[in-house]
Design a protein around this ligand. Structure first.
Ligand code: ZN
Length: 318
């Protein structure tokens, strides 16, 4: 049996609640890689991707793919916020705490602190640690690898996913309480994958990230026999200096059929802001620079100052 419980919690009148995880591959050593999703219960892409990945790896273990061999132990937690996901809630439903603001957690604290502690304990000794997220329901992110004050090894290692965009981020003020920050004090490599937007599944993004994870497992030798596509695909490292953002100058309805992941030219039309009463276009939204469209607003209702889109340029701004 490879399904185990990360933590078992009792509830006042209902059944116990547990956080199940997959422990797949040879158990003679510590997990070589830990993959976590669903710290936020409404970010369904990550949960779907990791549940599918677990099914795939179990299939390999069962001999369904004779050409593939799992060489190392893999730990997968598809949904940490097991209650939030039932009701599409980002936070833990009982106390509305954000699980990704609870790290490093405590074994003696409140429920969400104990969950954070259990996640960290189970994963921190893995050589590779990967946390999957989505943007909010309002903003769609191109599937991307995010690295935070990375080591040189991580900056290089992020390329193994083969995803077009690697975003090097300077951590914000809440970063110190995240899983990623808690991982950073442990040896090894930590990556955050941001996939699409919350609220539903964007299948094309999920398929791309599933392939990226299998590629990563292949390139790190965890999974043997993966046919790696060694074609010359562009992988770009973007910092904040490569980003050009467009914000709404006035309220209205933002409508766009532009897809993230497209290379766009400066001045290219990417959407329109309509007056929500008379239907007139009051702003034509254009690409602020030539580059990769890495994020775009999907919630049409706008207030002044809302971010509409982000283009990343190949060269940093001078
Ligand atoms: Zn998240």
């Amino acid at each position: 049996m490879t399904q185990k419980d990360l933590l078992l919690m009792t509830t006042p009148v209902r059944e116990n609640v547990n956080i199940p995880y997959h422990d797949i591959g040879p158990t003679t050593s510590l997990p070589e890689i830990s993959l976590v999703a669903g710290l936020h219960g409404d970010e369904i892409n990550g949960t779907y991707i990791l549940a599918r990945l677990a099914d795939f790896l179990r299939g390999i273990e069962a001999g369904e793919y004779p050409e593939l061999k799992l060489k190392k132990r893999v730990l997968i937690v598809p949904a940490v916020n097991v209650l939030g996901i039932n009701i599409r809630s980002r936070s833990w439903p009982f106390d509305k705490n954000d699980l990704n603001r609870m790290f490093p957690g405590s074994p003696h604290g409140e429920t969400t602190q104990r969950i954070a502690y259990a996640v960290l304990e189970a994963t921190k000794r893995s050589r590779y640690k990967i946390d999957l997220h989505s943007s909010s329901a309002d903003f769609e992110e191109l599937p991307q690898v995010r690295i935070y004050y990375p080591t040189e090894k991580e900056r290089e290692g992020a390329r193994r996913f083969g995803l077009t965009a690697i975003m090097e981020r300077r951590p914000g003020p809440v970063f110190s309480t995240t899983l990623m920050n808690a991982w950073k004090v442990w040896p090894g490599e930590s990556y955050l994958l941001t996939v699409g937007h919350a609220g539903n599944i964007q299948l094309y993004h999920c398929q791309e990230v599933f392939r990226a994870l299998v590629t990563f497992l292949g390139r790190t030798g965890i999974l043997e026999g993966v046919v790696l596509d060694e074609g010359e695909h562009g992988v770009f490292l973007f910092t904040r200096d490569h980003e050009q953002r467009v914000y709404a100058e006035q309220a209205g309805m933002f409508v766009s059929d532009s897809r993230v992941g497209r290379w766009v030219n400066k001045g290219q039309e990417l959407g329109y802001i309509y007056d929500s009463f008379n239907g007139n276009v009051h702003t034509k939204v254009v690409a602020p620079a030539t580059g990769l469209l890495t994020g775009i607003r999907r919630q049409p209702l706008l207030f002044e100052g809302d971010m509409l889109l982000r283009v990343c340029t190949k060269q940093p701004a001078a």
